[in-house]
Write a new protein. Structure first.
Length: 412
């Protein structure tokens, strides 16, 4: 987990960070300002590029890159949650660092501490800054800028103690994670599924267990249990090479896929980071409602990976196809999964094969709200897997031909 604490100079970010590490297990403070001070001593004015000739080390492009890269190294080496107190007011720089952190860790939370200008000036003087100091001069512009909704989530610290601010951050972080994860990721659900034709092997795999087969003919009725925490691994993992294949809709070795990998994956070798970077791309593909209707009506199997990369629009099918293409191109086996996320809605996602872990399901489309978009591995207990294959075409059944009834037992 990474918690970013933003706000005007002197508003109390570091004081809050120091108390947070006592409240959040296995955490450490990572202050990007220290990276800036180091670079300020190394990169003197006659070395800087034109845009970097300012009194703000954040204008150094290398600073932004190093902030993300050092954060990644800290997580990799020390396995810690990072508490990051830093005034980052330029939106371009903020986006770079925030998105960079999201590529490192699925749980990134940003809080912007606010206070009136008079209160900020008072706190700066109390900590030892003088009226002519650089942080003091930035006060007015910072206070106004950080009021913008862009810098959510705001915490007004005007009349609050450091301990009170810490508790608010802990409560907000808990709201963003616990409720959703308890309801959707940690809870077990039971479903009945009725259909003329069901793939019992697929139903009894991944995060699902067949509890009972009520009848097989003429209509198959199956009761399954879903627990996102328990990923069932078959002893026979199957032919992994099968799930590295190029298909008509998943053109994994196409030049456009190669270009995309160079752009978003670069030289990354760690499988979990590769998955996160790929999902960061597919979850930003804009939803195409017209295409979704045509797929549901049986008019098309969807658009190809190359079309989706070019347009950056599609449905859950296209998001899954692009993700699978990236994985297979790199040499990571990946399955196309078709199922349901409600009684009415069919949905697709992927299962990716991770060495020493097996087949892991991943949600390739961001259909949740912004506050809970940060999860990566695993899916919810509303994802009911029904079919698996190389792609939608390989499953060889169209949604409008499916007569599959699904009902949650004991839960709405």
């Amino acid at each position: 987990m990474i918690i970013m604490i933003n706000g005007a100079f002197g508003v109390g970010k570091t004081s809050v960070a120091k108390k947070l590490i006592d409240k959040i297990p296995n955490s450490m403070i990572y202050d990007p300002e220290e990276v800036g001070f180091m670079l300020k001593n190394i990169i003197i004015d006659n070395v800087k590029k034109d845009k970097e000739l300012t009194d703000d080390f954040q204008d150094l492009e290398i600073w932004r890159k190093l902030v993300v890269e050092i954060g990644g190294e800290l997580i990799l080496k020390y396995k810690k949650n990072l508490i990051v107190p830093m005034t980052i007011r330029k939106k371009e720089y903020f986006n770079y660092i925030y998105n960079g952190f999201k590529a490192l860790d699925g749980q990134v939370y940003h809080y912007c501490l606010t206070a009136s200008l008079d209160e900020v000036y008072k706190r700066l003087l109390n900590r030892g800054d003088n009226i002519g100091s650089w942080p003091y001069k930035q006060g007015e512009s910072c206070v106004e800028l950080f009021k913008e909704s862009f810098f959510k989530h705001h915490i007004n610290t005007e009349d609050k103690s450091t301990d009170e601010v810490v508790e608010i951050i802990l409560q907000k972080t808990s709201q963003f994670t616990d409720k959703y994860f308890l309801d959707e990721f940690l809870g077990e659900r039971t479903y009945t599924i009725k259909a003329d034709n069901l793939d019992l092997t697929a139903l009894n795999s991944a995060h699902q267990r067949i509890k009972n087969i009520v009848r097989k003919k003429p209509c198959c009725e199956v009761i399954i249990k879903i627990n996102p925490l328990i990923i069932q691994q078959q002893l026979d993992i199957g032919d992994l090479n099968k799930y590295l294949q190029y298909t008509k809709y998943i053109q994994s070795d196409h030049v456009e896929v190669n270009k995309l990998i160079k752009k978003i994956i670069k030289d990354e070798k760690q499988e979990n980071i590769i998955v996160k970077k790929a999902l960061n791309f597919t979850r930003n593909i804009k939803n195409n409602e017209d295409l979704l209707k045509r797929i549901h009506n049986g008019e098309t199997f969807g658009e190809s990976v190359t079309e989706t990369i070019r347009k950056e629009t599609g449905t859950c099918f296209e998001c899954t196809n692009v993700f699978i293409a990236i994985m297979r191109n790199i040499g990571i086996p990946c399955k196309f999964i078709l199922g349901k996320i409600s009684a009415e809605n069919y949905h697709s996602w992927a299962e990716v094969f991770i060495e020493e872990q097996g087949w892991i399901p991943v949600e390739t489309q961001n259909y949740t709200n912004d506050d809970i978009e940060n999860w990566y591995f695993g899916i919810t207990n509303k994802h009911v897997k029904i079919f698996e294959g190389l792609d939608y075409d390989d499953i060889n059944i169209r949604i409008n031909d499916m007569q599959i009834e699904i009902k949650s037992i004991g839960q709405i």
